[in-house]
Design a protein around this ligand. Sequence first.
Ligand code: NAD
Length: 360
Amino acid sequence: MGQPVNVGVVGCGAISAQYFQTIDRLPQLRLVAVADLDLDRAREAVRPYAGVDVLGVAELMADPRVDVVLNLTVPAAHAEVALQAIAAGKDVYCEKPLAATTADAARVLEAAAAAHVRVGCAPDTVLGTGTQTARNAIDDGLIGSPIAATATMMTPGHERWHPNPDFYYVPGGGPLLDMGPYYISSLVTLLGPVASVIGAASRTRPKRTIGSGPRQGEEIPVLVDTHVTGVLVHASGALSTLVMSFDGVATKAPNIEVHGEKGSLVVPDPNHFDGTVLISGKDGWRELPESAGYVGAGRGVGLIDFATPADKELRAGGSLAFHVLDVMESLLAAAGSGTAVTVTSTCERPRPVALHSSVS
Ligand SMILES: NC(=O)c1ccc[n+]([C@@H]2O[C@H](COP(=O)([O-])OP(=O)(O)OC[C@H]3O[C@@H](n4cnc5c(N)ncnc54)[C@H](O)[C@@H]3O)[C@@H](O)[C@H]2O)c1
């Protein structure tokens, strides 16, 4: 193995600890510096890790040690921070969504292409054994030609547990832009890119109440639709039915099911790396053994691909993330207009991940 990829993190909020743990245990990656608008938060976040510098954002971007800027800011800041990193000649890996709008995301990808740097984007959960084992089953023909899928995400809303949930209820947030990236990245991994969408959406409450932390009891405005449904027409002809909700109380529906001409699959939660894949058979459902994907992975495993030659497409890559964002934006447009919307972007199915018994 060559030199580790040096990572500089911008944004040290709720999700950052999971990334720090992953980077800490992967020999391909090294955390060298962190930054946040709130420097105290950044200091506190890296307290468990020795030798990590806490810098201002501009300082981190200019730091010659940093190979990849890991952008863990809120969605509304994703494009601005990514563009800063690209202007500094750094590769960048963003939390999802790639940007709050496809217009902003396009600016990021165009700037990156011009600067000859790479853009990666969460979710990398679909590189785990759950989605990858299901993909392997489809590619091996175990369910025959795929016809359809269902994807259901139902929660009463993240304000119950997140101490600063404002970003979930402004453009760039909502159940679709927040959780859709997991489900749609998984559906594209399983069934390929999406050609058109139809949709319908609703907004049940104008305000939400923060349920934890120092702001508990504070009301925040809701500026986005909070129950979004739709059908994704894949280029292959398969149809995925999607329900993404911050309004429902609970569900027993599987996160994802895929139906083929010969059989059906239950695919585990695409917000997790692992989980049980079930396949239908004449005697009922049976478990499929893990056959592909990173075993025991955590958030940040997608960064490993930055250690591969620059001409290899990142599996948690910018073109997939752009297409997923485009699908989500098209779905909201379809819901607003009541008509089908053509998805103008496309992408390759990302390269599969072979079974890795350990991520390193
Ligand atoms: N919280 C989760 O469970 C979770 C899970 C998966 C993905 N995500 C994604 O991770 C991202 C961050 O979420 P979070 O929950 O950690 O949010 P957060 O609000 O807890 O943290 C975001 C941090 O970014 C900093 N920040 C914002 N704009 C900045 C800028 N321009 N420059 C420097 N720092 C800036 C803020 O000060 C804050 O510390 C979001 O895109 C979210 O969708 C969150």
